[in-house]
Design a protein around this ligand. Structure first.
Ligand code: AMP
Ligand code: ZN
Length: 466
């Protein structure tokens, strides 16, 4: 059976074939760098990583673009509150995000693209949409008029025919003609940063960012567009409306969405306060590989209920895999090839690959690995496992690890990263400003325990490692 994915657009499992040769043009929606990412976010990013790795294993070459949203309402609010420029504010969290990705062994895409580095292209795209009659302006902001795009709702399978154009539902503070309409360009409010462009001063909306950068780097029609399920509507629906209006071509052929990570039955999210950052979890002594394993172990179309119990059993699973690898490396097996075991290994490897070909069914793939390890361990104990069986077993384990990448133990995180330290220093400065000196001292002590020494100088805080 060929490689296939469930496509949100068709609501069917479809065979995967890129448009051209063996190259996969893929766009995935990246982080908004206004804070540390939580492990719910990383579930989605880990899914992108598995997708990349399996496509590569199947012989495809990747051209994968992921955006970094570095201008957005929350970013602006927080940067203003901290009297920082947008760039200074986002740099800390972008750096932290990339460090976290590295800790989780998430392969970087072929291109990271920042929204703020493509403002002129976004303005040009909005201008084109305006010339085509897809927009209207209200108080200096520009909106996409959904009534000009009849296919709206095809991805999310929402039927909007019941919504009257002109019905007013206030979903944000801007004035829109229709509840579905969305801001392409936002006029600056008092004190907010803005860009001067041919369409006026302001900043882009979130949706146009993805359409413009995806088309710029990957062409008018992508092979794969992926993201979390929360992005299907309205974000991806809006991306389609803009992109198709701009190019007249289908925007993406396969839309793949991953489900949420939950805590006690609810989506992990900043707004609910039920979240752990990757740093929180590592600080409790868990290895990043255990977190990676947990996030990678549930098929992307199923919700993943996060518990520390679950994380502990992920740790146990990683240990089992490593013990098996160690046994393969260290034990001396009798010469020869046990044909029964040779068949058993080939079966397991086929089941592993077939499961991943089946819409990345990681649960089945892992079951194939663990059932095999159980049988191989029994054979080793009984003296039935022979030298040549070892070579094939090692090749299978390597293949497993090219996708799951949990066998190599990470070296202990030496200490806090630079970005961590800077974020803590900023928090301490905030506390001082709020005259919360106890908190400021606590942060200083916490840093000292980690070997970071702060020096208050007249030019601000300087720090060094012990
Ligand atoms: P954001 O940085 O808020 O733009 O979110 C980045 C990504 O994380 C998006 O693709 C979301 O779909 C995804 N995401 C947010 N919360 C969760 C969650 N609880 N589980 C899985 N993915 C999530
Ligand atoms: Zn996007």
């Amino acid at each position: 059976m060929p490689l296939r994915f469930y496509n949100t657009l068709s609501q069917q499992v479809e065979e995967f074939r890129p448009q051209e040769d063996n190259i996969v043009r893929m766009y995935t929606c990246g982080p908004t760098v206004y804070d540390y990412a939580h492990i719910g976010n990383f579930r989605t990013f880990t899914f992108f990583d598995l997708l990349r790795r399996w496509l590569r294993e199947r012989g495809y070459r990747l051209d994968h673009v992921m955006n970094i949203t570095d201008v957005e309402d929350k970013i602006i609010r927080n940067a203003l509150a901290q009297h920082k420029s947008l760039t200074d504010y986002t740099a800390t969290f972008e750096k932290a995000f990339l460090e976290d990705c590295k800790a989780l062994r998430l392969e970087p895409p072929e291109r990271w693209v920042r929204a703020t580095e493509h403002i002129n292209e976004m303005a040009a795209a909005i201008q084109k949409l305006s010339e085509q009659g897809h927009t209207y302006s209200s108080e200096g902001s520009l909106y996409f008029r959904i009534a000009t795009f009849p296919d709206y709702g095809k991805l999310s399978h929402n039927d909007f025919s019941g919504i009257r154009a002109g019905a007013r539902v206030d979903v944000d503070t801007y004035d829109k003609a229709d509840a579905r309409d969305f801001a392409l360009w936002k006029a600056p409010k008092d004190g907010e940063p803005f860009w001067d462009t041919p369409i006026g001063p302001g900043r882009p909306g979130w949706h146009i960012e993805c359409s413009v950068m995806a088309i710029r780097y990957l062409g008018e029609t992508l092979d794969i567009h992926a993201g979390g399920v929360d992005l299907i509507f309205p974000h991806h629906e809006n991306e389609i409306a803009q992109s198709v209006s701009l190019t007249g071509k289908p925007f993406a052929r396969y839309w793949i969405h991953s489900e949420f990570l939950l805590v006690d039955g609810q989506k992990m999210s900043k707004s609910l306060g039920n979240y752990y950052t990757l740093r929180d979890v590592l600080a409790r002594g868990f290895a990043p590989e255990a977190v990676r394993y947990l996030l990678a172990s549930v098929p992307h179309r199923k919700q993943l209920n996060f518990t520390f119990e679950g994380l502990k059993s992920a740790e146990t699973s990683v240990d089992r895999l490593r013990n098996f690898k160690l046994r393969l490396e260290k034990e001396k097996f009798p010469p020869g090839n046990n044909p029964k075991l040779a068949i058993r290994t080939a079966e397991a490897e086929t089941k592993f690959s077939e499961s991943l070909d089946d819409d990345l069914n990681v649960a089945e793939a892992l079951a194939a690995v663990f059932e095999y390890i159980r049988d191989a361990n029994v054979a080793m104990d009984a003296g039935d496992f022979q030298e040549e069986n070892g070579a094939v077993a090692r090749a299978f384990l390597n293949r497993f690890d090219r996708i799951f990448d949990v066998l190599r133990p990470s070296t202990q995180r030496e200490s806090l990263s630079d970005a961590d330290v800077e974020a803590k220093i900023a928090a301490r400065a905030q506390a001082k400003k709020a005259r919360n000196f106890a908190e400021a001292d606590r942060v200083r002590d916490e840093l000292l325990q980690q070997g970071i020494i702060l020096e208050d100088t007249k030019d601000g805080v300087r720090w060094k490692r012990k």
